[in-house]
Design a protein around this ligand. Structure first.
Ligand code: 5AD
Ligand code: SF4
Length: 420
């Protein structure tokens, strides 16, 4: 989402202010830092980075701090780093060309309505297009700062989404990547008068676009994985068969304390429904260890879900207390060392699972969409089910689909050769 917000800001600045993106910040007239605040560490990093930028920037160059940390710290950023020229929250991206001309501007209204704002166009990849389908989040997961930085959830009208997808396809893009905090809650609330369209219907409408070959999305919420959604996912050939299912914890008790709205059993039920309808689907997840009150038994439940599901990819984190969240006040804190040890156990179990899965990969053939040039004359791309594959080749493969036979295995990337 931050990448897409950056693209939107670049688009506005190019169209309205004649700016261009350059590589060397020491020569820039404007330095924008787009921030995350989901965990604490990037917030500390912001202030050390800011100091560095201020020292090395060109005289007179402006510095703007944008994104979720801007939303939650607001004016404090200018107090701590007085050379910062403006602060622009994650929900105020469309005001970029305005704050640029107001020194010390702080725009952080978390319920500002950008849902119908038609941004100018800028895409960092000619092959795939990120498209926002909603802004904000209506959930209240007790560990999460996002509702405080991105505000209430509003869906973007389907007509605008389809228009954006069409425009991207006309420019040569073959894959769209739909973005929202809870994509499968799409349609819950629109800001204007608009026909009720749910996520499955949005997917059906998008898949009618000629020339659009692949649709990806993130993140769906396990709570909203109803049968209609799983069936649409499984049967619509344009939808890429990789599902992100953020588990967070395998313990029903911890899930309750996190206010996730589902149980261990519901999560497993949805996974097995998905696996039975779509055996080729890969599943990725997010897991937090060391949430307040997480006992050894609770953690065992998380390992149990991992063994049952055998995720294809996990993003795992130690719980990080965040300001203005409910869990910040929970007192049954898990010892730092215990949390670190659990993270190690979780990650080594994941490595075992991935290594075991990889033993069957050699010789398989995947349809790969090539997107990136790597070092040593390799080109990489993804299979429909999100497996990253590289082959020897050059830029003529970029933006092309090819059948690739896997010849050797790595944990994060497989190597293969083009067979058709
Ligand atoms: N501490 C650790 N991880 C967190 N996440 C969100 N908030 C926190 C927190 N306070 C993780 C969740 C989420 C992912 C984007 O970041 O797993 O799915
Ligand atoms: Fe945060 Fe929960 Fe919303 Fe995801 S669903 S952004 S974890 S509050």
């Amino acid at each position: 989402m931050n990448s897409r917000d950056s693209e939107h800001m670049i688009a506005e600045l190019r169209e309205k202010e004649n700016y261009e993106v350059i590589d060397n910040f020491a020569e820039a007239d404007l330095i924008l830092i787009n921030t995350c605040s989901v965990r604490e560490r990037p917030v500390h990093k912001l202030f050390s980075e800011l100091g560095g930028f201020n020292k090395k920037k060109k005289p007179g160059a402006k510095i703007g701090v944008c994104g979720c940390t801007a939303s939650h710290l607001g004016e404090e950023i200018i107090k701590r780093a007085p050379y910062v020229n403006f602060v622009l929250g994650a929900r105020n991206v469309s005001k970029i060309s305005e704050v640029l001309h107001r020194d010390k501007a702080v725009e952080i209204d978390i319920n500002y309505d950008e849902s119908e704002f038609a941004f100018n166009d800028f895409r960092s990849s000619p092959y795939k297009a990120y498209i926002n389908i909603s802004i904000g989040c209506d959930k209240s997961c007790t560990y999460c700062i996002v509702p405080k930085t991105r505000g209430d959830e509003i869906s973007i009208p389907d007509s605008l989404i389809i228009q954006e997808a069409r425009k991207a396809v006309n420019a040569g893009v073959k894959e769209v990547f739909l973005l929202g905090q809870n994509v499968n809650n799409y349609g819950r609330r629109f800001s204007g008068d608009q026909e009720k369209v749910n996520f499955s219907e949005l997917l059906r409408r998008l898949s009618k676009i000629e020339g659009l070959e692949r649709i990806r999305f993130t993140s769906p919420h396990p709570f909203h994985m109803d049968d209609e959604f799983i069936e649409e996912f499984s049967t619509n050939p344009k939808i890429c068969k990789s599902m992100h299912m953020p588990l967070q914890s395998g313990s029903t008790k911890v899930l309750q304390d996190m206010k996730r709205g589902y149980t261990k059993e519901w999560f497993l039920n949805r996974v097995f429904k998905l696996k039975s309808m779509c055996p080729e689907a890969t599943i990725s997840t997010d897991i937090i260890v060391g949430f307040p009150g997480e006992s050894d038994e609770d953690f065992e439940d998380t390992l149990d879900v991992m063994k049952k599901v055998k995720f294809d990819q996990i993003f795992s984190f130690k719980y990080s207390p965040r300001p203005e969240t409910e869990a910040e006040h929970f007192t049954n804190v898990v010892d730092e060392e215990i949390a670190s040890a659990r993270l190690t156990v979780l990650q080594s179990l994941n490595n075992e699972i991935i290594d075991e899965k990889n033993t069957t990969q050699t010789g398989k053939v995947y349809r790969v969409y090539f997107e990136e040039l790597l070092k040593d004359y390799f080109v990489s791309g993804k299979s429909d089910n999100n497996i990253i594959v590289k082959v020897k080749g050059s830029d003529e493969l970029l933006g092309q689909f090819r059948d690739v036979k896997i010849t050797s295995i790595g944990r994060t990337i497989l190597t293969g050769e083009v067979v058709a």
